[in-house]
Design a protein around this ligand. Structure first.
Ligand SMILES: *Cc1c(COP(=O)(O)O)cnc(C)c1O
Length: 429
């Protein structure tokens, strides 16, 4: 598999082979390089590596061979140019935001996103002097009035968790292109097998590996992947001075003068090097295992979720089902426009008849674990209003799209007839 050219093979193939050419023992499984540091051949080589004249390992806070296989394999699968892995999805998002914006800048973000990212944007980044401005993901006209010369990022999720919204992605990337602003898309729920971010004009794709990529609820991780050619958007762009002026913490290096992926290299040299939310090689290996079967699993998750959604929609004790794969969904047209084979992942929400009925369904289900997670091979259920979102006021619940009667499912890989029978029993008992 030497010299595997990423563009010549399909993503399913790349998920198994990209970025690994065998080590000296020719192990077929990617080795876990359990080492903190690396020996240099000479002081001259060490100096060249510290000065970025020669690329190579220095210390595992920055790079590690096992972690690099994962990051570059994910980049290849997604059709991007370069990936950087981190210890969690949240860390990948934080590093991406602060790599592009600093004190005095602003970031535009979609109203329907993951709760943890919302808190990161609204509360944590504020303490760093970064302002955030929310736009209505269902009303793209709300974006342009928010843009000024301090706007550095437009952020949204391709398939939002937990609202299951799909934005008009090409309308957003067109606005960003017009203003030369970088778009960042969280592709965690869709995965590269359902949504191809770089084919729709997105600049940077960030994912939590913790969910579908790992697929077995067995470890945290994150990745930020940049598209081919992002350097040209950064070069001499007044929005991104950190890439176009000398970095005093790195011998006066100007990142945009490097013939390397500017965004990713600076993510390593500035943020991983100085803060260190680095992925451990053992955990990277677990994600590599998950990635090998991601394509098979996400199809099965999606196909089973559609059957479950259709069952729920036909049940008299269920008033509403949110699933983009259903014709009744306001996002069905966007799913068909943007998603591979119109598959919509394993996430769905439905409305029980009352607050108490919703809780009772969760407690009665046998196959679904009551868990605050998604993307596991095992089916999961949660009642957000009494658990993950219980601290929110009624008004906040409404704006977050959470209802008192809502039940959220993450459909796993069990036999779908078993999953439907379990739901039927819980709803009717
Ligand atoms: C879980 C999740 C995150 C955060 O990822 P962690 O790996 O848990 O830090 C970010 N975005 C989305 C959409 C998620 O579902």
């Amino acid at each position: 598999m030497a010299n595997l050219e990423s563009n010549n093979f399909s993503s399913e193939t790349l998920a198994l082979h990209a970025a690994y050419n065998y080590d000296s023992q020719r192990t077929l499984s990617v080795p876990i390089y359990q080492s903190t540091a690396y020996s240099f051949e000479s002081i001259a080589q060490a100096a060249a590596r510290f000065g970025l004249q020669e690329l190579g390992n220095i210390y595992s806070r920055l790079t590690n061979p096992t972690v690099d296989v994962l990051a570059q394999r994910l980049a290849a699968v997604e059709g991007g140019a370069f990936g950087v892995a981190t210890s969690s999805g949240s860390a990948a998002l934080f590093y991406t935001f602060v790599n592009l914006a600093q004190n005095g800048d602003n970031i535009l973000y979609a109203n329907k996103i993951y709760g943890g990212t919302q808190t990161l944007l609204v509360h944590t980044l504020k303490r760093f002097g970064i302002e955030v401005r929310v736009f209505d993901v269902d009303n793209i006209a709300s974006i342009e009035p928010l843009i000024d010369d301090k706007t550095k990022v437009i952020f949204f999720e391709s398939l939002s968790n937990p609202q299951i919204a799909i934005p008009d992605i090409e309308a957003i990337t067109a606005i960003a292109k017009k203003h030369k602003i970088i778009t960042v898309c969280d592709n965690t729920v869709a995965t590269p097998f359902l949504f191809r971010p770089f084919e729709h004009g997105i600049d940077i794709s960030v994912s939590s590996l913790t969910k579908y990529v790992n697929g077995h609820g067995a470890g945290l991780g994150g990745v930020a992947v940049e598209r081919d050619g992002l350097n040209a958007l950064i070069k001499d762009n007044p929005r991104y001075p950190a890439f176009n002026t000398p970095d005093e913490s790195y011998h006066g290096l100007v990142y945009s003068s490097l013939p390397l992926p500017n965004f990713g290299i600076r993510l390593i040299t500035e943020w991983l090097r100085n803060i260190g939310a680095t992925l451990a090689p053992q955990v990277a290996w677990i994600h590599l295992q998950g990635l090998e079967t991601l394509e098979l699993r996400i199809k099965r998750h999606s196909d089973s979720a559609l059957k479950v959604a259709e069952f729920l929609e036909s049940h008299p004790k269920v008033s509403k089902v949110d699933y983009p794969g259903l014709k009744s969904s306001p996002y069905n047209a966007k799913l068909k426009k943007y998603f591979v084979d119109s598959r919509a992942s394993g996430l769905l929400n439905f409305e029980a008849q009352s607050y108490d009925a919703a809780k009772k369904i969760c407690d009665t289900l046998k196959l679904y674990s009551i868990t605050a997670n998604i993307g596991d091979s095992k089916s999961l259920v949660i009642h957000p209003a009494s658990t993950t979102h219980s601290q929110l006021s009624a008004k906040e619940l409404e704006s977050a799209g959470i209802t008192p009667t809502g039940v959220r499912l993450s459909i796993g890989l069990e036999n779908v007839d078993d999953l439907i029978a379990d739901l039927k029993n819980a709803i009717e008992s």
